[in-house]
Design a protein around this ligand. Sequence first.
Ligand code: ATP
Ligand code: SKM
Ligand code: MG
Length: 185
Amino acid sequence: MNKHLRCVLVGMPGSGKTTIGRQLARRMGGTFLDCDHAIEREIGCSIKQFFQQHGEPAFRDLETQILADLLRRPAPYVLSTGGGAVVRPDNRALLKAGPPVVYLHAVPEEIHRRIAHDDSRPLMQVADPLAKLKELYRDRDPLYREVARYVMETGRPTVSSLVNTLLMQLELGASEESPVGPEAG
Ligand SMILES: Nc1ncnc2c1ncn2[C@@H]1O[C@H](COP(=O)(O)OP(=O)(O)OP(=O)(O)O)[C@@H](O)[C@H]1O
Ligand SMILES: O=C(O)C1=C[C@@H](O)[C@@H](O)[C@H](O)C1
Ligand SMILES: [Mg+2]
């Protein structure tokens, strides 16, 4: 186990940030941090209710504050961000300056299959959720790629094989950054 490992997951709503983040954190022996959960603890209600009462800009302000706070937590951790965390340039700057960011990539049709039954996502409460996912994907896919060090395809592999691959990648990346051995200073 590398006690300095840290990683941030970005991706569309339903891309698997919470599912994969939880398992990865357990395998790393680290803390699982979820920006959406931290926001809900802070506001004392669901994000869906907060959106309805205060609107998206107020939510985004809060998201920036909480993201900055979570990124400063001690290693090891896996931080799962909200699906829209990359929308604001300030957040993208924070993400690029922090630990390695992993983009969990899934196409809109696959995401739709995963989350069609779930009514907890405020941006999905529309007449045509697949069209909304396609629109979000078109706008955000380049932004996720902009902040990411690694892009992981999540369509076919199982969650546990994705977690294994990701862990190997992060350990390799960490050892390349701070090599252990006689030549290490
Ligand atoms: N790699 C995967 N393959 C198949 N199903 C998956 C995969 N990852 C997650 N899922 C399923 O997709 C659904 C959404 O996953 P999850 O809640 O982890 O996404 P999320 O990225 O955290 O979403 P949000 O941004 O809305 O918080 C869950 O039902 C989960 O079991
Ligand atoms: O895609 C989005 O913009 C959002 C995704 C969720 O994770 C929450 O952060 C919130 O519902 C907004
Ligand atoms: Mg989540």
